[in-house]
Design a protein around this ligand. Structure first.
Ligand code: FNR
Length: 181
């Protein structure tokens, strides 16, 4: 099989987002086992079925095409008020259409969360898993990848915690195994 193409999606729009930094640093460590590009959600509008019916926004069409072209997704989300970010939930809602037959159907997805707090965004994990189950995507099971104290693990915009990077790479191994099934 050709090198798996992964799509990274950060749940934060912030230019200095720690979640985006985690994805970028992970992407730089994939070596030849996979290639990963990132899709920024900054231009995705709020979901509105009227807009969807009239003319799909170009940013949404690009997101859906990027998901279609990817062999698997890696999502890294912050935790906002014990759930995922509205930005990410909104993007998944757009990508989930048409219901049960969207680009997310059968797509292998690895979920990761990070937070400056001690719980690493773990409370957003179950919400994301539940949402993705409604899209019929194949969410990777295995040790949950939660990254607590993420602010202390970023240096000059790069995520540098080697133990966590190894843990994430093991998660990517699971994702690639799912892709190759
Ligand atoms: C937060 N933050 C937060 N952190 C956490 O661990 N649990 C939580 O429930 C929340 N809730 C929350 C709500 C809102 C509205 C904001 C803005 C923030 C803190 C959050 O984890 C922190 O801002 C992260 O740094 C955001 O991720 P990025 O932007 O660095 O990727």
């Amino acid at each position: 099989m050709a090198t798996p193409r992964l799509l990274g999606i950060s749940g934060s729009l912030r230019s200095q987002s720690t979640n985006t930094a985690v994805l970028k640093s992970l992407g730089a460590r994939l070596g030849d086992q996979a290639e990963m590009s990132l899709f920024a959600l900054n231009d995705i509008p709020l979901y509105n079925a009227d807009i969807e019916t009239e003319a799909l926004p170009a940013s949404v069409a690009a997101l859906k095409e990027a998901i279609t072209q990817a062999d698997g997704l890696i999502i890294c989300s912050p935790e906002y008020n014990y759930g995922t970010s509205g930005v990410l939930k909104n993007a998944l809602d757009w990508a989930s259409r048409p219901g049960f037959n969207s680009p997310l159907k059968n797509k292998p997805v690895l979920i990761m969360t990070s937070s400056p707090g001690v719980l690493g965004g773990v409370r957003a994990q179950s919400q994301l898993r539940e949402t993705l189950s409604a899209t019929l995507s194949r969410v990777i099971c295995g040790p949950q990848i939660v990254i607590p104290g993420v602010n202390q693990k970023i240096q000059n915009g790069h995520f540098v915690d080697e133990t966590t990077i190894e843990f994430m790479l093991a998660g990517v191994d699971h994702l690639i195994a799912e892709i190759k099934l």
